[in-house]
Design a protein around this ligand. Sequence first.
Ligand code: GLU
Length: 466
Amino acid sequence: MSVITRFAPSPTGFLHVGGARTALFSWLFARRHGGRFILRIEDTDLERSTAESVNAILEGMTWLGLEYDAGPFYQTQRFEYYKQIIQRLMAEGHAYHCYCSKDELENMRNEQMARKEKPRYDGRCRHRTAPRAGVPPVVRFKNPVAGEVVVDDMVRGQVVFKNTELDDLIIARSDGTPTYNLTVVCDDLDMQVTHVIRGDDHLNNTPRQMNILSALGAQLPRYAHVPMILGSDGQRLSKRHGAVSVMQYRDEGYLPEALLNYLVRLGWSHGDQEIFGLDEMIRLFDAGDINKAASTFNPEKLLWLNQQYLKNSDPQHVAHHLSYHLGKLDIDPALGPDLVEIVKVQRERAKTLVEMAHASVFFYRDRVAYDTAAVAKHLTADVAAPLGDFRARLGGLGGWQTTAIHQVLNAVAETHGIKLGKIAQPVRVAVSGGTVSPPIDATLWLLGREKTLARIDAAITMLSGT
Ligand code: GLU
């Protein structure tokens, strides 16, 4: 039997990190076992589902690289199929029409509460033989009245539910539309899902879904319920804790691999290894190693991982992502130094692609944005002579290589009896506007002769005006 997993988000918001982790685990499990991974959009809640949310989910999956082998399937396009299953359950005596009114259900509930019983539908319409005139009925599933359902969960182990605790669930509303538990069951069955990996907020639905599947004579999938993610205050992770949307991490300058690596470790471990390439994750991932306890989201660790990935990934790959962030700053990366070289000189000091982009802007802009404090501190009158000398020697350089540039800097420092920093820092302010940039020789080399000389000239003019 080949493995089939699915990710089945409800499109009622963006793709959040919890959903992305569920998707990742399902994807990894399928990849690990040479199986298939399906994307299913559970959009039957017409009031809450939006097209923007569907797009946000698809965008998030694409950015993360969690490609699916089938889908996206939309539940709203499958109503005919659900209807058939409901009819089949009715015809085979596993479901029935219920005509109970709101008031009746309310009274039932109040009486049960008065008797200190757990409120549940008591099945009174099970034996009704005639319809109630003028009342459109709902359809309820005939849950077994005795026995137990054992969820043999891959994360939790055996979780036992008594059938007496499960009442007769509504599977179709009075307008005929199917309910959540029914659509999930129909689709998991039709799509031949073998392993359902999802958040543990669904654990209570599982025995109900298993009962419906059994009534349909279906083979049951295996289940893995993944514990939730908490914020640092121990509360369920939410917007209050900062970014929870996957695309917000892109916008904040994270590499998708870093986020995936962070997410895989959030609730799963392999010894104390922290860094996993995708291939390694696929090779090592085992749903049985998912932690039973909730995990706490740690933004610092994610940032640390991002830095590791910026430093150690193929610079070409990082450049590809960096160009997106430069684009957001209205910079066309084609109109400046080779982006791969930029990455090579910048990646030691940037924690995010956003930082890297901001620190690289001066390479691309025509006008230098001077930091006034840096200018006041480093472009002082005493710098005029060495800077002028540096300009003259640089202008006479035959080639334009970092070593030659470095030699010129050393020679100027020596001639004027000053420390290297005393010339390097003014040059840095002149070309970048501020005091932070990659090593000065590499900076000038990347910036190119023409821009470098023009910016030093501008600084000299500024100096002579003071
Ligand atoms: N649509 C459900 C949700 O977004 C998931 C259902 C499932 O995985 O079975 O929570």
